[in-house]
Design a protein. Structure first.
Ligand code: F6R
Length: 612
């Protein structure tokens, strides 16, 4: 949700910022811009479209500068055009800002500024910040830092703002509340970014700026101050990220790379936690809160999108194995209905990015009401893990494709480990069930690798169906959330309308849609619901529907009944989503690519949704 890069030091700022913006483009890609300070003057270049369009615009222009800021945008206020692209300038043109987030009370501030004579060029909330800082600085005759501090007291919302000022040419000032900001520490240079990916090739040492902190960043110095203007000692952390993990590595798309990485990422998520031979399962973060889990009267899972689907799978797992009642809530809905939190409730927050604003504010609300919050996140050091009482990282590595794939299966891997561990400790899983599950879990990376060998076969099926306009995805039990996820992947990357439903619900409405032009994808692997789902398939076939079925290997009954099958290895029912979702990811990927779409950056989407 908007990517920010800043540089100050001895290098040429432009190439550093441009490369950084390309790395952050997954956060938003409707326009991009850059401001450089050249001999005391600001040079600003902005362009609607992708970072490559900005690069083309700037080609041949003079870009020499050792300090600058850049931005790649996901529009909230104002159309994605050149004018609304960041950086934005103050009225006197001396101050440039880039902003990630939303200023909720911008309209009243803007009105007030207009009355004072300010003239705005575009429609963004962000442009207001530049003018507001200028106005406050002038009114109070104060230094920039003080003006920023005063402005922060007046604005409501979420933000990272980085400010470049002609009158303060030796520093960048950055502030954060509710959106991420990382500062890379180099020798005589500093890098600012929305995540560590633009920084990693220059330095491993980073500081994650906290909410309400102000960072004054000079080539040789990083001064961090809290909201009371007290200097803080920056907590320098070592980055645990490899450059290769944020590059395509020979694949056509990040989405493809990330789908194919899944055996390794699931393995990474089990590494150091699972030892099936010794019957050991250890999740560090869980250990300390095991009593809270065992005694929980209720668990509430909070998440959005794909992470919410992982939460639905977890509901089935936890209820079955640990016998704890679970509610799975869209974080955005939970937050605003004055949620009831009782003593003994445990909140499980699931988020790839760890920055999703809806999830973040929901868990803050739950925490305030006394709940124990356990975070399941991928990005180390992100906001959600930081505000959670405890948690477990999913270890999927950076996910760059906007449509989530490997993060989903890594989430499932962590969630099933939680369910198994709590169930075992609570005594609701017998030792033999426990050992069986551990052994089955250990085999999942190999089973996922088996499914990936079907890539070409799935591509052929994609070719057959790429022209259809609507799809239905159906599954029962553990496979119902898989159906939802399959439908979401398809609509995200191919723009084909797709719905996911519990298969039994079909006859309560969606069956009205069934006809020859509606492909129905059934997830019909062998489990407790198998015979029922076979009946549901019959119902679709009886109405001339086209059926693609994900079945277990050796299932000749369904092979004969349906139009196309994708056979996957069998596993324990609770682990089947980890295997069964893979063909649906590949189907969506191939249909998107066949339709000539940029599957890594679907239209209108952005990764890491840091606005509510
Ligand atoms: C879908 C997708 C989104 C995210 C959702 C939550 O492919 O990626 O639906 O799952 O925006 O994001 P996180 O998991 O970062 O909280």
């Amino acid at each position: 949700m908007c990517g920010i890069v800043g540089y100050i030091g001895n290098r040429q700022a432009y190439p550093v910022i441009l490369k950084g913006l390309k790395r952050l483009e997954y956060r938003g890609y409707d326009s991009a811009g850059i401001a450089l300070l050249q001999e005391g003057q600001l040079a600003v270049h902005k362009k609607q479209g992708k970072v490559a369009d900005l690069e083309e615009l700037v080609a041949g222009k003079r870009v020499q500068a050792n300090i600058g800021i850049g931005h790649t945008r996901w529009a909230t206020h104002g159309a994605p055009n050149d004018i609304n692209a960041h950086p934005h300038l103050s009225g006197d043109g001396k101050l440039a800002i880039v902003h990630n987030g939303i200023i909720e009370n911008y309209a009243s501030i803007k009105k007030d500024l207009i009355q004072k004579g300010h003239r705005f060029l575009g429609d963004t909330d962000s442009e207001v910040i530049a003018h507001f800082i200028e106005e406050i600085k002038r009114q109070n005759q104060c230094a920039l830092e003080e003006a920023i501090r005063l402005v922060l007291k007046r604005i409501v919302g979420a933000y990272v703002i980085v400010i470049l000022d002609c009158d303060n040419p030796g520093e960048l000032i950055a502030v954060r509340k509710g959106s991420p900001l990382v500062i890379g520490i180099g020798k005589g240079e500093h890098f600012l970014a929305s995540d560590a990916s633009p920084i990693i090739e220059y330095t491993q040492e980073v500081v994650y700026v906290n909410d309400y902190e102000i960072a004054i960043v000079r080539p040789d110095e990083l001064v961090l101050k809290n909201s009371s203007n007290e200097v803080q000692t920056p907590y320098i952390q070592k980055l645990d990220m490899e450059l290769a993990s944020i590059e395509k590595d020979g694949y056509d798309y990040f989405m493809q790379k990330e789908i194919f990485e899944q055996p390794q990422r699931i393995f990474d998520s089990l590494r150091g936690r699972l030892n099936a031979q010794k019957g050991r399962l250890t999740l560090g973060g869980l250990h300390q809160y095991m009593d809270a889990f065992i005694q929980a009267n209720r668990m509430v899972i909070l998440a959005c999108g794909t992470s919410w689907h992982a939460g639905l799978v977890a509901e089935y797992m936890i209820e079955k194995m640990a016998r704890i009642p679970v509610e799975v809530e869209y974080a955005s809905e939970f937050r605003y209905r004055d949620p009831i939190i009782n003593k003994g409730d445990v909140i499980l927050a699931i988020s790839q990015s760890g920055e999703t604003a809806d999830t973040l504010v929901a868990i803050e609300e739950a925490k305030e009401k006394g709940a124990v919050v356990f975070g399941v996140c991928n990005v180390v050091g992100a906001s959600i893990p930081r505000v959670s009482h405890a948690g477990a990282y999913t270890h999927a590595g950076p996910e760059i494709g906007v449509a989530s794939t490997k993060a989903f299966t890594a989430q499932l891997t962590v969630l099933v480990q939680i369910a198994i561990k709590v169930g075992y400790e609570k005594g609701t899983l017998s030792p033999s069930q426990y050992f069986n599950l551990l052994h089955a879990l250990e085999q999942i990376p190999d089973k996922v690798a088996e499914v990936l060998k079907k890539d070409q076969e799935i591509k052929e099926i994609a070719r057959k169906y790429e022209g259809y306009k609507d799809f239905l995805f159906l599954g029962r039990g553990y496979n119902f959330p898989v159906a939802l996820e399959g439908a979401l992947k398809l609509k995200e990357v191919s723009y084909i309308h797709a719905e996911g439903y519990p298969a039994a619900e079909m006859k309560h409405g969606p069956i009205a849609l069934v006809e020859e032009s509606l492909p129905v994808v059934f997830i019909a692997t062998r489990d407790a619901h198998y015979s029922k789902i076979v009946s549901n398939i019959q119902e679709v076939k009886a109405r001339n529907g086209k059926v693609i079925a994900v079945v277990n290997e050796g299932d000749d009954t369904l092979r004969e009944l349906v139009d196309d099958v994708i056979a996957v290895p069998e596993t324990e029912e609770a682990l089947a989503p980890l295997v069964n979702v893979i063909p649906l990811q590949l189907l969506a990927y191939h249909i998107g690519v066949l339709k000539n779409l940029d599957v890594d950056k679907p239209r209108n989407l952005a990764k890491s949704v840091t606005v509510e």
